[in-house]
Ligand binder design. Structure first.
Ligand code: C2O
Ligand code: CU
Ligand code: CU
Length: 448
């Protein structure tokens, strides 16, 4: 195991003004830039130090989503950074190469802070391995982040955010689609064989992604890294916070769009559909891809990628049930809560579960509510074992840190508890519809 030394990132959380819409500017939040956050690249084996300075006049917690690390460095709501303060987080990267997420995780304010711009992509990269496997890996040449989010705006061009009533139930949706922070985004790739790191960084919208001509592509990685072999498909679904890496062949030099198609959105609240801004379930073009001037690169057939860890003989230390609940009624409509897991809304001072270090657990995620919930667990990359007793979907065969539990489903996951223990610092698990998380569909666990 090689040591790549220490890499220090200085991150400044700041306010800014950004031209997102054609003829007006919007008040935004960003990290080291006016809006959103830079892509951070690191390598397995490196020690990372994040020096996070908060220039806002409100507290911010910044979380490293998908990373396996000590709870004190995780950036959950217990690690809020006061205005003008700096928080140093430090850990050694033990995750496999993968595409991860970093974003605000501030108590009751995750939704609004991410909406305004406090989110970005982290990449754990390994060029040597990618070269050997024939995977495009040159950032900005044949390897591109595709960070997808929807936003809505008010008449003055400012972000419209309101997490009350319908928006709280459905989660905030918008009708302007951004890719890497840009509306009507156009990608002119340098090469015709490209890798896209698709990343749903939206608060609440689910995407059912295809290309406009329905061309097939190869799915090579999900949240936790490479699949054991590439899967040829022409669509991939991403719930909030999920990532998927794909390889697309553009050697026909045809212009196409990356599109989300109607049919998979969170439609369960039928009566609410179409009300307020931002339809829940609609077809949108997200990004236009124009390869007319791209250097032609021959398509390559991918064979085996990297074997996934074999956990089939692991003893299961504990089985837990997680019941994802929405309570309809005045509390939901007009109060702060209304969302819970196993009957408990998130409480900063309650540790809900205690796990044993370096073991494996099975969690049964149950969704008796009327909406789909993307369930996320900190500090782990897990395997989806089954979905309503059936095998997992084709795009969830690899390692995952978020899995969608559709309404009326039970999803079983097998999760390693990881090598870090602490009786004082907790990790979170929660629904990644950020308005649901802020309204209490979250719990915390310690690993001892
Ligand atoms: Cu992506 Cu608890 O977060
Ligand atoms: Cu996380
Ligand atoms: Cu939810």
């Amino acid at each position: 195991e090689s040591d790549h030394g220490k890499q220090v990132f200085k991150l400044k959380i700041q306010q800014g003004e950004t031209r997102i819409l054609p003829d007006t500017t919007t008040q935004t939040l960003g990290i080291n830039q006016p809006f959103l956050a830079p892509v951070l690249q690191m390598k397995k084996g490196q020690t990372i130090q994040m020096q996070v300075n908060n220039q806002l006049n409100e507290p911010v917690a910044l979380h490293w989503h998908g990373m396996i690390l000590p709870a004190s460095e995780d950036g959950g709501p217990h690690q809020e950074i006061a205005p003008n303060k700096t928080w140093n987080a430090e850990w050694k990267v033990i995750n496999e190469p993968s595409t991860l997420f970093y974003h605000s995780h501030t108590h009751h304010k995750t939704g609004v802070q991410v909406w305004k711009g406090l989110g970005g992509q982290m990449q754990i990269i390994d060029e040597e391995r990618d070269k050997a496997l024939n995977l495009p890996h040159e950032y900005g040449v044949d390897d591109y982040p595709v960070i997808i989010m929807d936003r809505s705006f008010d008449e003055a061009g400012e972000f419209y955010y309101n997490n009350q009533r319908m928006n709280k139930m459905q989660g905030m949706h918008g009708n302007v689609m951004l890719v890497n922070g840009v509306a009507n985004s156009v990608l002119e790739p340098e090469k015709t064989r490209i890798r896209l790191r698709l990343h749903n960084a939206s608060n609440a919208r689910f995407y059912d992604l295809v290309f406009s001509d329905l061309r097939p592509f190869e799915l090579i990685a999900t949240d936790g890294g490479l699949l054991s072999q590439a899967i040829t498909t022409n669509r991939v679904r991403l719930a909030p916070s999920e990532r998927a890496e794909i390889i697309v062949d553009l050697s026909d030099r045809k212009s196409i769009s990356l599109r989300t198609i109607k049919g998979y959105g969170n439609l369960s609240m039928g009566m609410m559909r179409g009300m307020d801004r931002g339809n829940l379930d609609q077809t949108f073009d997200l990004m236009h891809i124009d390869p007319r001037h791209s250097e032609r690169v021959k398509a390559k057939t991918l064979s085996q990628l990297v074997p996934l860890p074999d956990w089939s003989n692991q003893a299961v230390a504990q089985t837990r049930k997680m019941n994802l609940e929405m309570q309809m009624g005045p509390q939901m409509m007009f109060g702060n809560g209304g969302f819970s897991i196993n009957g408990q809304s998130w409480d900063m001072n309650v540790v809900n579960e205690t796990l044993k270090v370096n073991t494996f657990e099975i969690w049964e995620l149950q969704n008796p509510s009327m909406m789909h919930h993307p369930f996320h667990v900190h500090n782990t990359q897990f395997k989806v074992l089954e979905r309503n007793g059936k095998p997992p979907l084709s795009w969830e065969l690899g390692l995952k840190d978020t899995v969608t539990v559709h309404k009326d489903e039970t999803v079983k996951i097998l999760l390693p508890t990881g090598p870090y223990s602490s009786s004082s610092d907790a990790y979170m698990y929660h629904c990644h519809i950020l308005e649901h998380e802020d309204a209490g569909m979250m719990g915390q666990f310690i690993v001892v």
